[in-house]
Design a protein around this ligand. Structure first.
Ligand code: SF4
Ligand code: SF4
Length: 434
C-alpha cells in the first residue's frame, strides 16, 4: 500500500451531538443466521419456544462463526428464510415480542481468569466487528503466541458521512472502553494500545485522552480527517507506519485492530453477562423526519426503526445499511437491524437519483486516489474481457470496496460495483482451480 490518498467527503454528522434514544417497543424481531463473516449460526430454538433478552437463539457452528442472542422477550413465531443483505436467502428466527423486555434469568457472569477463558468469553458474547466488518472478535483475539502482539489499535476513526454511532460510544461509553482496555492489557498482555481518532472529533479526542490517562501505555493518535481513515489497513498505516503484506493479516505486522464499540461491548459482557443484544445506530438521510442515534434491539425491522424516528418526510429513493460510501442498498423495509449494522440511511429521490455514466476519459484520478494503489480501469477492463489471470496479476482481490474511485470519477463510472463483481469472479475462478 502506498501513502494514503483518500478523499475528503462531506462531514454531515448532524447527529453527533444527540445522545441516543432507546427503542424497545417492537412488533416483531427477526434474527437471520448470518450476521457475521464465517459459517452461519445454527438455530437452537423452535416455534413456540419462550425467550428472554439474552437467550441463546443460535450457536456458533464452526471455528469461524458467532452465536446469536435474542434482543427481546417473547415467543418464537416461526423459522423461515429471509433475504439477507448479501442477496442470498438465509434461515431466520422470528420472535413475537411480549413487550416486557425480560432479561434471561439464566444469564451468568462469564468466568474469566486467563487468556483462554477471556477469548472464550469474547466468542460466547456474540460480539463481531461492530464497525460494520462483522468478523467474529473471539476469532480475531485467539492469537496462540501472545508475544506476536506488539500493539492493539482501537478504531475510533468514523470516516463515513452521516455515521456517528462510534462517536457516541467514545462520548457515552468511555468507561466501558477503559474496562475493555484493561482486559486487553491483562489477558492479551497488550504492551501498547493506540486509540485512533480523526482530528474532526475534538470531543472524542478529549474523552479518549481522559481514559488514556487512567490506563498505562495507552496513547491517542489524532488522525487526518480523510476517507477511508477507518479502513483497517489504512488505520494501521497511519497509526504505526506499518504495511500489512498482501494476503496477510494485521497480526502479521504485530497489530490487532478493534473497533471502539466492539471493545466497549466486550467489557460490558464481562461485567454484566449480557451478550450482544442491542446496537446504537445512526438513522439519517434526507428522507428521514428526525435523524438521530437510537439504541435498538438487534432484530428490529428497518420499518420500525424509521417509524421510531418520525417516519419519512418524503418518499425515500434509496435505503442503505451503513453509510453512503460503503453502504448496501436495502430492497425491503422488513429486513432487520443486524449485529454489524451501524447506520440506516434513507435518501430522498433527489439524493438517490442514478447518474448517467459516460465514457472513461483516461484522467487517472481513480488510480491516483486508490489507497491501495490499484488501477480500477484495468480491473474493469480485465473483468469485462473475462481475463481472470489479468485480474489476479493486478491484485483485484485487494480492493476494499471503499468507493473512493467511484467518488472521484468525473465520468461517473460504476467502478466500485465493477470491482465487487470482478472480485467475486476472481474468487470463484481461484476456487475452481484449487
Ligand atoms: S474501491 Fe477498491 S479500487 Fe476503488 S479506491 Fe477503493 S480500494 Fe481502490
Ligand atoms: S476516474 Fe473515471 S474517467 Fe478517470 S480514468 Fe478513472 S474511470 Fe476513467
Amino acid at each position: 500500500m502506498r501513502r494514503l490518498q483518500g478523499v475528503r467527503v462531506p462531514h454531515l454528522k448532524s447527529t453527533a451531538g444527540s445522545a441516543p434514544a432507546n427503542m424497545t417497543n417492537l412488533d416483531v424481531a427477526i434474527y437471520p443466521m448470518v450476521q457475521h463473516i464465517g459459517a452461519p449460526a445454527e438455530a437452537v430454538r423452535q416455534k413456540g419456544d419462550a425467550v428472554c433478552v439474552g437467550t441463546l437463539l443460535a450457536r456458533a457452528s464452526g471455528p469461524v462463526s458467532s452465536p446469536i442472542y435474542s434482543g427481546v422477550s417473547g415467543t418464537v413465531e416461526k423459522i423461515e428464510e429471509v433475504l439477507s443483505s448479501s442477496g442470498k436467502y438465509v434461515p431466520a428466527i422470528f420472535i413475537k415480542p411480549d413487550g416486557a423486555m425480560t432479561p434471561d434469568p439464566g444469564l451468568a457472569l462469564p468466568k474469566v481468569s486467563d487468556t483462554q477463558s477471556f477469548v472464550q468469553a469474547v466468542r460466547d458474547s456474540g460480539v463481531v466487528g461492530l464497525g460494520g466488518a462483522g468478523f467474529p472478535t473471539g476469532v480475531k483475539l485467539d492469537v496462540q503466541d501472545l508475544s506476536r502482539i506488539q500493539e492493539i489499535i482501537i478504531n475510533g476513526a468514523e470516516c463515513e458521512p452521516y455515521i456517528t454511532s462510534d462517536t457516541r460510544t467514545m462520548l457515552d461509553r468511555s468507561q466501558d472502553m477503559l474496562e475493555g482496555i484493561r482486559l486487553l492489557q491483562k489477558y492479551l498482555g497488550a504492551k501498547k494500545i493506540v486509540i485512533g481518532v480523526e482530528k474532526n472529533k475534538p470531543q472524542c479526542i478529549r474523552a479518549m485522552k481522559q481514559i488514556a490517562g487512567s490506563a498505562g501505555a495507552v496513547v491517542v493518535k489524532e488522525l487526518p480527517s480523510i476517507y477511508p481513515q477507518g479502513a483497517e489497513k489504512v488505520l494501521i498505516y497511519h497509526t504505526t507506519g506499518k504495511v500489512v503484506p498482501e494476503g496477510g493479516l494485521p497480526i502479521d505486522v504485530g497489530v490487532i485492530v478493534l473497533n471502539c464499540t466492539t471493545l466497549a461491548t466486550i467489557a460490558r459482557y464481562i461485567r454484566t453477562g449480557m451478550p450482544l443484544v442491542e446496537k446504537c445506530i445512526t438513522v439519517d438521510g434526507s428522507a428521514v423526519e428526525k435523524p438521530q442515534n437510537v439504541i435498538v434491539p438487534i432484530g428490529a425491522t428497518l420499518r420500525a426503526v424509521f417509524a421510531f424516528c418520525g417516519g419519512f418526510k418524503s418518499q425515500p429513493g434509496k435505503i442503505l445499511y451503513g453509510g453512503p460510501m460503503m453502504g448496501i442498498s436495502v430492497p425491503d423495509l422488513d429486513m432487520p437491524v443486524l449485529k454489524q449494522t451501524n447506520a440506516l440511511l434513507a435518501l430522498d429521490a433527489r439524493d438517490a437519483a442514478p447518474v448517467d455514466a459516460t465514457n472513461c476519459i483516461r484522467c487517472g484520478r481513480c488510480t491516483n486516489i486508490c489507497p491501495i494503489g490499484l488501477a480500477p480501469v484495468s480491473i474493469a477492463t480485465a473483468y469485462g474481457s473475462g481475463d481472470m489471470e489479468g485480474l489476479q496479476k493486478i491484485h483485484a482481490n485487494l480492493c476494499m470496496e471503499c468507493g473512493c474511485c467511484s467518488y472521484v470519477c468525473p465520468a461517473k463510472r460504476p467502478l466500485v460495483q465493477q470491482n465487487k463483481l470482478a472480485k467475486a469472479a476472481l474468487a470463484a475462478w481461484q476456487k475452481s482451480k484449487k
